[in-house]
Ligand binder design. Structure first.
Ligand code: IVH
Length: 688
């Protein structure tokens, strides 16, 4: 696309104007326009660049990296500018860097120049001013000359000494280093944010950046930030003559310096260090994006000086980029073993950090909406070590005109059942359960497990095989196995790993469960939130499966009695009630349940026996500290055997069970002549 002359001229004028305002703002601390007027200029510039992407050149103000100090932070002019580093990518670049140093210093090619190699940590640089050993001010890098005053936030970082240890520190020194977050802390904090439905950070660096620029230091304090010291700015004096010596001094003063720095004496040693660290990169507890080489002797550093804001005595040897741009070809929804719908980005394959990537995670529905990710978009993806590649953002400049906002499916792509989201749940889930191909193996495994149908000899391995062979697609199929696979070519006994005996045993174990208690049946269905205890509550309340099922069908009416009755059961809250009603409202589930019921007999709930129990109808009081059971357990044990548990001792009390330190109730029992039992005697009584 050709750019109209007029647009090009306007862009040029805007760019010059903005750069001049930047200079006045940062370098002179003397802005001449209001922030609003300045923002207008930038907005117009960005709009032009969006219309004519070719206008985006590396020197456009839109590409400036240093961020403007936030309104509410004070500004700090660094005692000495905070420099950036030149980059080396190939081994030859490093050789060239060393060659330049030797030539500049007039050293022969054979002369050794000691170098310090350090990891290049991916965080944010900060400058900490110490006066008489006391931390008085901390600042971000800003544009290198002027940064933001983030003293209050930096004070919250434990690895930053508020007072230097030891003696002999300079009267005034700016200690510089990197604020960063460890990978594990990042993952944990992000997981917590996801739980709370808050926006996620793409990487530890962004998380750390957000925390450092928090206006409220109390929030910063809750973020696990750390600090590595690796260089310095203005200093009234220096205690050492080398970079390695300075790292030692920092350590003595109470700083953390990178534990992995090495002194290297040749190009080969530098490159070996680089390769070692590259190999370890994924296993390091923090993210690094390369290695920094620094001339060790400070007098050499002094002589070498700077070229355009970059020291001649240092360079950054970068690892291959871990970010790349590619096209999002499709969004695929995967269904997990428990029904969670997870969006996965299908990408045009692209190399990232030395590995070809064609899939990336999109986390969940809200993330896609938040980042407005659309099929056909050009996306920036990032691969960080062992972490699954992620889609960081969309390049809006390259969005196809016809790209439409992504609509997250409300039906399961595997089985077609409704996919719903509970309140406060970031994840959409398929309600298909046993009828869903993605979940069926997991659900069947649960179905046959000990507390459900308890079918011996049937574990995950066998279930998976039966499913693969197409023998078992839903629970009812288990009860048809014998009929279909006892004899003939497709006989179970003929299959690998099976024989006559094991097949016969399995058929017998299945047969033994054709009669199944209501509560086991219910638990076996694997309804979300319905564990063993809830299944039991439901069974006790409704008595029979047919009554229960009719009630669940009626409970879809939130105004009706059935819904009220379900919610009135003690121990069943609204979330659980909703999950149960949803399950029985899904036709796919009803098919599965009908099929199963055609094969088995669901036994009505049997009230626990009370007759014949030694304590049926008796009144018991528990007192003192019980050793072998909790109070709750003791109460339940008595009640299921038909006894009444009372809170105080009276003439009507039959037994007082006294633990240690029993007080007034025990005294009262003695006074009234009530039978007093130890825990052991009580246990013997209810057992017999
Ligand atoms: S030395 C003049 N050492 O990399 C020396 N920088 O591209 C200036 N960084 O702004 C920095 N680890 O944020 C140095 N061990 C390290 C570093 C490091 C990370 C960052 C720092 C700096 C940027 C330069």
């Amino acid at each position: 696309m050709t750019i109209p002359k007029k647009a090009r001229a306007e862009h040029e004028k805007l760019a010059a104007e903005i750069l001049e305002h930047d200079r006045r703002y940062y370098a002179e601390d003397r802005p001449t326009v209001s922030d609003a007027a300045y923002d207008e200029l930038r907005k117009r510039l960005v709009a032009l660049e969006q219309e004519y992407p070719a206008l985006v050149t590396p020197d456009s103000p839109s590409q400036r990296i240093g961020s403007a100090p936030a309104e509410a932070f004070g500004k700090v002019t660094h005692g000495r500018p905070m420099l950036s580093l030149d980059n080396a990518f190939a081994d030859e670049d490093v050789a060239e860097f060393l060659g330049r140093i030797r030539r500049f210093l007039g050293l022969s090619a054979e002369t050794e120049v000691d170098m310090v190699a350090e990891p290049k940590i991916d965080g944010l640089s900060a400058s900490l001013l110490y006066e008489d050993g006391v931390f008085v001010r901390g600042a971000t890098r800003g544009d290198g000359q002027v940064g933001e005053d983030i003293t209050a936030n930096l004070r919250t970082i434990r690895e930053i000494p508020l007072k230097l240890k030891g003696k002999g520190h300079p009267v005034r020194i700016e200690v510089r280093g990197e604020v960063y977050m460890r990978r594990a802390d990042f993952l944990r904090m992000n997981a917590e944010r996801e739980q709370r439905g808050e926006p996620l950070f793409a990487n530890p660096r962004n998380f750390a950046a957000g925390a450092v620029r928090q206006l409220d230091p109390r929030i910063t304090a809750t973020r696990p930030l750390r600090f590595f010291a690796y260089t310095w700015g203005e200093a009234s004096a220096l205690p050492e003559k080398t970079q390695s010596g300075m790292l030692g001094a920092f350590k003595d003063w109470g700083f953390v310096t990178s534990p992995r720095w090495r002194l290297c004496k040749s190009l080969d040693e530098l490159l070996a260090y680089y390769r070692n660290l590259a190999a370890e990169r994924a296993d390091l507890p923090f993210e690094i994006d390369g290695v920094v080489y620094k001339v060790n002797r400070l007098d050499f550093q002094e002589r070498l000086g700077f070229v355009s804001r970059q020291p001649r005595w240092a360079t950054a040897h970068k690892f291959p980029a871990e970010e790349a741009e590619t096209t999002l070809e499709d969004i695929e929804i995967q269904v997990g073993r428990t029904g969670a719908l997870t969006p996965v980005a299908r990408l045009k394959p692209v190399g990232v950090g030395g590995v070809m990537v064609s899939n990336a995670t999109l986390h969940n529905e809200d993330e896609i909406a938040r980042k407005d990710i659309r099929i056909g978009d050009t996306v920036v993806i990032r691969r960080a070590g062992d972490v699954i590649p992620q889609v960081l953002r969309v390049d809006l400049n390259r969005r196809p005109k016809d790209a439409e906002p992504y609509r997250f499916p409300e039906a399961c792509p595997v089985c077609g059942s409704h996919a719903t989201r509970g309140e406060g749940d970031a994840v959409r889930r398929c309600t298909g359960g046993l009828s869903c191909g993605a979940q069926v193996v997991e659900r069947l495994r649960h179905f046959v497990s000990r507390d459900a149908f308890d079918i011996e000899g049937l574990g995950e391995k066998q279930i998976t095989a039966f499913h693969e062979w197409g023998w078992v697609k839903r629970p009812g199929d288990l009860f048809r196995l014998e009929k279909k696979h006892a004899k003939g070519e497709a006989a179970l006994a003929e299959q690998e790993g099976w024989g006559e005996t094991s097949a016969a045993n399995l058929f017998a174990a299945i047969e033994a469960r054709r009669q199944i208690p209501f509560e086991r049946f219910l638990f076996g269905l694997g309804i979300r939130h319905v564990g063993q205890a809830t299944a039991r509550l439901l069974a006790a309340n409704y008595g029979s499966f047919s009554a229960f099922r009719a009630a669940m069908a009626a409970a879809t009416d939130k105004e009706g009695e059935a819904w009220a009755e379900l919610n009135a059961i003690e121990g069943i809250g609204e979330v659980v009630a909703q999950a149960i009603v949803d399950f029985f409202a899904e036709p796919h589930n009803l098919d599965v349940v009908d099929d199963l019921v055609s094969q088995v007999e669901v036994q009505d709930f049997v009230k626990p026996k009370t007759q014949g129990s030694a304590i049926a109808g008796k009144t018991v009081v528990f007192t003192g500290t019980l050793e072998t059971m909790t109070r709750q357990e003791a109460k339940a044990g008595a009640e299921t055997r038909g006894a009444k548990v009372a809170g105080s001792v009276s003439k009507k009390t039959d037994y007082v069970v006294a633990g240690s330190d029993a007080g007034s109730k025990l005294a009262k029992a003695r006074e009234l002549g009530v039978a007093i039992l130890t825990e052991q005697e009580w246990a013997a009584l209810i057992a017999g």
